[in-house]
Unconditional design. Sequence first.
Length: 317
Amino acid sequence: MGDRLLPTVIHDDDLAGITAHHAACRRLALGEERQHYYRLWSKSLKLLYYRSIDHCTQVGSDGQCEVIEGQAKCLTKTEFDARMLNERALHHDLFTLHYQPIVHIATGAVAGHEALARIQSGDKVIQPGRFLPYLLGSDLERPWLQAQLDQVQTALASSGFVSFNLSGSALSWPTFDEMLKPYTPNPKLWFEVLEDSIMGEHQIENLRFIRCLGHKVELDDFPTGKDPVGKMLRSAAMFDAVKLDRCVCHGVADDSDLHDFAHSLIRWAKRKNLLVICEGIERQADADALRKLGADLGQGWLYGKPSAKQFGLSGDL
């Protein structure tokens, strides 16, 4: 399977709804689908990348194929490059997890870790901002998610919990429960979700399913995003823990207004029997202030940066 992307020149300023016949393409086999990529040239729009999932009559050795019932989707160069990066990482097993410690804020003892997605290519580590926004919600998310959960099992073999991020698109899958079954039940596997991504009843049902299996569910980046007040009112019923965003925790020791705000959030969470996790802690002064306010767990560079350690072998978890 070649890695070439052959150019197709189409002199048409209006590329909407283009159907490419006998277009030179790059072919990737993904399950039973064939992915076709076209690089199209337009005088007015310059270079664009198109992707379509089509049924082909045949593909010759020269890369020529006849596309029938094809639907093209326009990708920017950034989106196209991210798509190529994600496909290479998936097919060559380059996705990995780095683990950042989460500690008992009162003692500093490690309670667990958050699993954070990375791409490891040789000595180069690619941060999630370059690939994750383009991966979530795509057809690559499910095989990626399963591969990541497979890696988490090694960390779960040691003491402590592992907190794993779930997207709203994954929670919306009709077969989400089937996908999760091989990894459950395991109360040491926690899940983090953004409240903004939970919009439909099916997603809420999947959250209930996760909790019924004995997993804890955290509300991430609290109280940022849309509708923070509504988020607060819904959190007690849907979640086991809230993770206070860095914008609430960083500088809390020096800013009286921020201190009062953090105090009100923590006090509300405690009344609702929610575990309080504070992220973005970089200074001992902030850790001390949050401890005095009643926070349970802390996370940040003060306690350790994300690391690719194999916790199942080192016993650090």
